[in-house]
Design a protein around this ligand. Sequence first.
Ligand SMILES: Cc1cc2nc3c(=O)[nH]c(=O)nc-3n(C[C@H](O)[C@H](O)[C@H](O)COP(=O)(O)OP(=O)(O)OC[C@H]3O[C@@H](n4cnc5c(N)ncnc54)[C@H](O)[C@@H]3O)c2cc1C
Length: 408
Amino acid sequence: MDPYDSPSEAEFRAEARRFLAAHASPIPADSVAPSAIVAEWGPEDEEAKLAEAKAWQRLKFDNGWAGISWPEEYGGRGGTLIESIIFRQEEGAFDVPHDALIVGLGWCGPAVMMHGSEDQRRRFLAPLLRGDEVWCQLFSEPGAGSDLAGLRTTASRDGDEWRVTGQKVWTTFAHHSDWGLCIARHDPAAAKHRGLTAFMVDMGSPGIEARPLRQMTDAATFNEVFLDDVRVPDAARVGAVGDGWRVVITTFMWERIAAIGGGERILNGLKDLIRQQGRSADPDVRARYADIYARAEALRFTMMRLLTAISQGRMPGPEGSIMKLAATDVLGDVYDLALDLLGPEAMGLGKGVPWAGEWQAGALGTPGLRIGGGTDAVQRNIIGERVLGLPGDLRVDKDLPFEEIPSG
Ligand SMILES: Cc1cc2nc3c(=O)[nH]c(=O)nc-3n(C[C@H](O)[C@H](O)[C@H](O)COP(=O)(O)OP(=O)(O)OC[C@H]3O[C@@H](n4cnc5c(N)ncnc54)[C@H](O)[C@@H]3O)c2cc1C
């Protein structure tokens, strides 16, 4: 029981624990904490891990534990956001796939729910929740990351279809995806934030090629994606023509908070590691762990503000940035401490090295979290401008007054 739970949340937590205990094994106390990173899979076992992740998602769906805060008519449980966090916390204690399908479940699905048509919600959300269809986010381009609204992929109308051409990059899981949420420019003459439209692109369409990019963790879960005159039916447009930036902002908001509730797993793993390395009495290690723990606990309050805003139907703006910035900072310190504890054992990567390379892969993957979903610098800009009221960042190509750019 968590001291913050209301009686009904405590009951929900106990029920979740019963379901998990019946279908999965707890992570043994002396094991290595699984990586905090979205699926840092070795190249040799990507297919098997994806199949495991889909099977676990299917099992949750069949038992009413997928999409906990999603409406029942779209296959969800119809619960609260707090309950979805509670489930994640409990799930973190079990040896099950974590976060492998997060791009669809955590980021794209909520955007389709918020901006898609009723037909689209009925067609796409349940297969996503059931783990049948994998999604990717086709936003970033070689010349458009932080300045995403400057993207150049074009969509030109052709009867009932659109023809989409351009290049995306850093697309997590594109090579395993059935669908991609793609932002393209339909009107090169419009102000840059207004000339964008969102589409659901069938990743099996002729004209799409995904080329995996190898990361320093040795995983190759990113891709370059080339779209060459890809035909997309107008029925797959998400939101109105010109509403692409709103879809982007919704997706980013969810991206920045989707990992909430996963921290316990890593913090508990770090505590186990301290014990296993015989360093529980080391004053320096204790101080560092206490500092990490205190900052992680303080993040709960930002999390509560965020969840309250979303539950009240508001789009939380800067809270997501505060959360992401602070959480990745704590995570960086977690892995620094872990590597210091491992000492020479921290050298090497892969299953053959000490600790199955998990802490090592996590340490190498954490810098990516400071970039994906908007870099630390971008989050600081958002906080500076929208929370602290500091003068806006210099935008030489600014096309809308600052107040009119939807917050992200
Ligand atoms: C783990 C991970 C997963 C990702 N997954 C996806 C995905 O699935 N789909 C997708 O579309 N993209 C994805 N990305 C891409 C990600 O969104 C971009 O990398 C990110 O937005 C930064 O863009 P960029 O790489 O073009 O860097 P740039 O925007 O070129 O930034 C380069 C540097 O300049 C700094 N900078 C830029 N603008 C400013 C400014 N105004 N003020 C101060 N500093 C600034 C940045 O902080 C950074 O240090 C992923 C990235 C990572 C690391």
